[in-house]
Design a protein around this ligand. Sequence first.
Ligand code: C5P
Length: 238
Amino acid sequence: SRLFRIAIDGPGASGKSTTAKLLATKLGFGYIDSGAMFRAITLKCQQQNIDLKDQEKVKQIAQSAKINFPSLSQVELDGKDVSELIRNSSITRNISHIASNTSVREILANQQRAMAKGDIPGANSTGFEHHGKVVKGVVMDGRDIGTVILPDAELKVFIEADVKIRAKRRFDELKNKGSLGDDTLQDVEQDLEARDLADRTRKIAPLLKAKDAIVLDTSALTIEQQVEKIQDMVYERL
Ligand code: C5P
């Protein structure tokens, strides 16, 4: 049976991952955090003191990295849990070198497309029942899922939110985790804008709304409301 694939793209701190995870839980779908994969490659390069601009060395790291998602909120790199480590600000600040590496994108794209076929390590998609039939599927979030990775996804959502609101959300999130360091709200906003600009303007697979993606502005929505809206879009397409 075919899988219902949901592609969720959008800028940083737009609530993509939280929404995608909750949505996957509600629908009984698998979840693939594509950003976590770029983060894991960045982490592995940093751990091995690889120059992030050294295209060839970075490619080798990407080829050797084994990335798994043992559960909805866990990321494993070469058998070790890196769920927390990959969220460090040094990863976030340096990731654009990895995200603009053609070889890395190709290697990860192959893995992402394989996972979108339901082959997600550790994630068991049970699906949900609809008119006596079981609908199974996957949710994948990132920057280029609707445009490059799954151009024929059954549903594409492009999440947007005012940058001030996104910065505040990220600031609160980091504060709650105790990983804010000395950063002010302005610092967080500047980092976010710099990363968005890099994502939107890179030559390969930039952050871009797919023509057939539905725009969801979450500036004034709660996570629950975001999930509900996308869930309605799924039902409309069954
Ligand atoms: O989604 P997240 O904020 O964790 O992604 C971190 C970074 O990884 C993004 O800013 C982007 O540079 C890169 N990325 C990407 N393509 C994706 C997902 C993430 O280039 N599909």
